[in-house]
Design a protein around this ligand. Sequence first.
Ligand code: GLA
Length: 389
Amino acid sequence: MADRETVLKTFEERFGAAPELLARAPGRVNLIGEHTDYNDGFVLPAAINRAIFIAARPRPDRAINLYSSDFEEQATFNYDNLRNDNLPGWTRYIRGALWWLSEQGHTVPGFDAVVGGNIPIASGLSSSAAIEVVTLEMALTLAGVPMEQRDKALAGVEVEHQFIGMPCGVMDQMASAMGVAGHALLIDCRSLETKPIPVPQGISMVIMNTKKARGLVDSEYAQRREQCEQAARILGVKALRDANLELLEGTKDKLDDVLYRRARHIITENRRVQVVSTILSTSGSSMSAQHGLRTTGQAMRDSHASLRDDYEVSCTELDVMADLANAQPGCFGARMTGAGFGGCAVALVEHDKVDDFVSAVAPAYEQKTGLTPELYVCEAAAGSGVEQL
Ligand code: GLA
């Protein structure tokens, strides 16, 4: 996996000159608020210190020469064949972002570029959102078009909806474009207002990659979204964000068991995000910080149980990982993160206990599942941007 230096060096090797710019867009880990974004609800993700980078230099013509340092492959195309699916799969999100810009009437010049990064792919850490956002960062700079970070995020969502065909919410792209170092980002997915919430001092975010491939995620995701919309219609609200438990209980006989449980997850999860955000933004002294962390940890465990039992998007590997993590000393709470069906879990662990945590969880997980996990101790990073070189 490539970092900033590798991408810069590879550009010089491939194209025989230095790039003019380096764009960067981070992945994200969601601390709490899962599957709530497409219900107009609340989420609390953090951008992480793993990112996708693109080093680029404009060309006088409209050709696009792209080299992937992760796939070690070159692709050459132009603005007239962005929809050509015979091109390598790793170009898809890049082509999608360029397509969206041309649909909006922006003229981006041709360019030589190297793309690479260190976000594990298809693991629930939003490498796709990061590729969309990093491409937008690069292309907007080449085109000389200024754009708000929020609008870049929304453009990434449009790429997913219109080019990729994934009916995602706004969380991943918002976190990647608008992250704040040292903070998670409370996002109101209806108003799109954001509020940075400090990650408590002395706490590490540990991401635990189960290495279970996320097989069913696309079809199941779309189905969950439809179920939520159906439940909202029956409850008579615009979106499940507007429902509460009293309304749900009062309408129980009109909902089948599945729709009832889907709605219950969204309603309780939105509440958990609000509780955690409030407590983490107000717990100042060390006494109340401990209390805040314990409350947050409990909310994370409750979130996992709700995703497993009511929303049914967990899997054995994620359950095993979360249980092992939750049993370790110094772990305040752990849960699956992202869409589910495999991918990653996240834990908040006391800084001093992180080494012991990693050495206990990794072998125990491998012993129980036969899969070798990867654990990453992450920091909350700033959102995407461009360096002019
Ligand atoms: C994926 C989607 C997000 C969000 C999460 C689940 O990451 O892209 O919009 O719905 O799943 O919380």
